[in-house]
Design a binder for this molecule. Sequence first.
Ligand SMILES: Cc1ncc(COP(=O)(O)O)c(C=O)c1O
Length: 389
Amino acid sequence: MQWQCAERAGQLQSSVIREILKVTVRPEVISFAGGLPSPEAFPVERMRSAFDAVLSRQGKVALQYGPSDGYAPLRAWIADSLSSDGARILPEQVLMTSGSQQALDLLGKVLIDEGSRVLVETPSYLGALQAFSLYRPEFMSVPTDEHGLVPEAIAPLRQGARLLYALPNFQNPTGRTLPIERRAALVETCARLGLPLVEDDPYGALSYRGEPLPKMLTMNPSGVIYMGSFSKVLTPGIRLGYVVAPLQLVGKLEQAKQAADLHTAQLTQMVVHEVVKDGFLDEHMPTIRRLYANQCEAMLAALAEHFPAGTSWTRPEGGMFIWVTLSKHIDSMKLLEEAIAQNVAFVPGAPFYANAVEHNTLRLSFVTVPPERIREGIAKLGKLIASKL
Ligand SMILES: Cc1ncc(COP(=O)(O)O)c(C=O)c1O
């Protein structure tokens, strides 16, 4: 049979990370490649008792179809937890999704026409590039520096743009955080240009040093579309995320959601509400932050000790990733083959670029590897990189 796929299917590519992960499941491989949270941080017992409680108290509701916009008490909890600094977020603005990855797809469906511009950071989250690319936009890469997006670079790229996709907290892949002045400038610039600003924030709660910076959503709730996720604060296995959008837009997103999968599982939404409603995250988050901060420290120390001169890296203040820039002539995609032969893995930087690729970059995740294995893996990698100089 000769299958005739739709033209848009030509845009579909397997994520490089998912391909690498297939190799790195071997126990002897020290993998800095995954973007997975640490299973050490999963609140297994708390989830078990919440499943028990929901099923015994409201089993018949939990196992039924539910509303497309999501479980009302959880939407209200999310709206409440996002309302701060004088900004009031309404529960009606919150649409529950199957992971925040689905919110990216819904935004693509609702906002992007073929050939319309989408502004992304340089580099950006590869899962967003993958989700948006199905709608065949023209990606415009907004310049960044060590503090993240450069707000002044937006206006010249704005012509015909449908959205700017930004990751202000502990960005995937660089680990960078956008300073408060830049957040304000970005919000002001997008409002002035009439450009929807998408704030993707799955890592904001993973701040190692005190409170995270204010969300851009609270700076301008009528111009910002905010995306959040329970994947990095509870567990990714439940596939629960959400998008918060101005009322004029959220109805369209809900219709797109209906067409895609009717609604997100009622059972998991009720369980998550049962877990979070009495402040569980306030007790739980410090444990995750301590765990990740400790492993981040171990990796930064190992990088300083083992990586050769001419190599630089970011110093994240939260989240899960460090971004490394090698000497110009080293191609990290080729380096990966040799690293895997020595049982160390990372993600090459190339797939995170929508346009001009910087081949001498790579992403390291430290959260699923214990400190002694981090030191061992970074020492091996440092030696390999030094051999290329
Ligand atoms: C920046 C960013 N956005 C969205 C997602 C999707 O997360 P989920 O679908 O698990 O909520 C991820 C996952 O790693 C991510 O890094």
